[in-house]
Design a protein around this ligand. Sequence first.
Ligand code: WTA
Length: 650
Amino acid sequence: MTGQAANAKLMQAFLSDDLIFHPSPEFRNNANVQDARIYLDAEENWLQYWDKEAGNLHWFKKWDRTLEWEQPFAKWFVGGKLNAAYNCIDRHLREGRKNKAAIIFEGEPGDSRVLTYQDLYREVTKFANVLKDLGVQKGDRVSLYMPMIPELPIAMLACARIGAVHSVVFGGFAAEALRDRINDAGSKIVITTDGGYRRGKILPMKKNVDTALEENTTVEKVIVVKRTGAEIDMVAGRDLWYHQLMEDAVIGCPAEAVGAEDMLFILYTSGTTGKPKGVVHSTGGYLVGASSTHRMVFDIKEDDIYWCTADIGWITGHSYVVYGPLANGATTVLFEGAPDYPARDRFWAIIEKYAVTVLYTAPTAIRAFMKWGEQWPAGRDLSSLRLLGSVGEPINPEAWLWYHEQIGRGRCPIVDTWWQTETGHIMISSLPGITAAKPGSASIPLPGLELDVVDPAGRPMPAGQSGFLVIKRPWPGMLGTIYKDAQRYVDQYWGRFENMYFTGDRALKDKDGYFWVLGRVDDVINVSGHRISTMEVESALVDHPAVAEAAVIGKKHEIKGQAISAFVTLRDNYTYTDQLVKELKAHVASKIGALARPDDIFLTAELPKTRSGKIMRRLLRDIADGKTLGDISTLANPETIMQLKEQYAE
Ligand code: WTA
């Protein structure tokens, strides 16, 4: 059967509601988890279940209590002492993996570097000594603003080794967004590069750091990795070259035994206000959750070549490029570049080159591949693949089927994994050896976890009806708090429903108990799997002298899932021009980063508002999605919305 014919058949089956993919007997018989009783056993005693999972890590001192729960603050593995870097490196040296590839790095220009676990030990302990010599102590914050090069995980693990807290800022963020994140964390050190490669160009990362630090008072040193050789300014007394520091550094640095509850990292994510939230993850619970889910969901075997394509600047990169795979002694692929550079088969060339067995990527990438056409993957040998994963947003069944057919060649199970920066690790996903997959559904919560879909009063919704996705009991990787803002943590996640964590997502459970996540209910837009707050974009817009008021919404987009649309009113003396629209788009990109650049900006005389002056974003969303308008009777200025609708249709 040709790919296309098979696809048509699958689509038909899907529409007739019986499209279910069962694991093949071969896959099941070799899977890490083969027995569905794991769900029941975990349910019977979920704390004992996590206790057992925690036993897979190395602890300097075993914990006294699995969980202390003073809602909404959880302490996991209380009294336990461990070190994340020790778990990701040292322990493997004794377990026969000294010579195994820990990291396979593929640079955008095609350069390649393999670090064995022994290599990783050397580099991490040396850099840990560098940090110590610079005065970094346990609990100090270190900001990392780097491309996807080995020095990024090396720096993360070096921080973890000495008990310092890393805060990785995605390399695509602009200087101002970087500045806010460095300032909020109060970092002592920033680590960056002389640039990163992006589609043949060089990203000016060091320049962004220089701008971000203009008024900073906490950062003492900036460490610069030489990656591209681009000309940069080095500030005397502040900036230091990584390679020079490493020349004199000593190999071997004791791994600090930190408390399970000690902070491992801060990672900023967009919330419903303009100020990003510093999501705090602690060492013990996070590492237990990340490693356990990585082993089960990706069915990791000793000889797998595992590749998660996410950038380490996001949680997926933290948990499933760095901590999960390395804690499990796996081989993890690190790719610096873009999927279409130098050609649109770069991903497939990498799979062929390294014989990748497990691939974890995002629906937005899959939809772009679909658009580029089947000839790109078809020209490469993908026979090494045995398992595929998806993350970041709901995967539409068409994309799921294409992924299954064109990349998995019909042989590989797909795990659709639902989770968040805040959850630290995967929460809803099939276990590939036992759970049947339905394209478009992330399936059911992993063992030991309890999620549900509820109505506004917190009552469970009947099957097939959509409501709010909530988590009903603590889990090991749950965020500890929002950095320096515990109240925001309490209000944001635990204030909406009694005794439940609110995810901000809308979902439904079908008659088989499968979860179908439908998207966000708050003011967070998911663009290509990246969370962007409407407020953040709005503040960037009103920061421009021409803008009086702005309302930002997410609208459906074929490849990105959602794209940013902005509705803007101008101050007096400014007039509508195409040039101004361009300028406003560039302004947002320069403040936040290219990822937040609006697709369209509509200049309008007025925004639709309620009589109390609240902007009605719901109506703007309806316009952008081409829906019939809902109730406009509460508007103070109903004529505005009609005008906008006409303008939009043009
Ligand atoms: C969305 C990324 C449907 C969801 C790991 C969530 C998903 C937000 C899926 C978190 C999925 C993530 N199916 N929706 N498999 N995975 N999401 O913090 O809206 O960047 O709340 O974490 O992405 O995004 P974040």
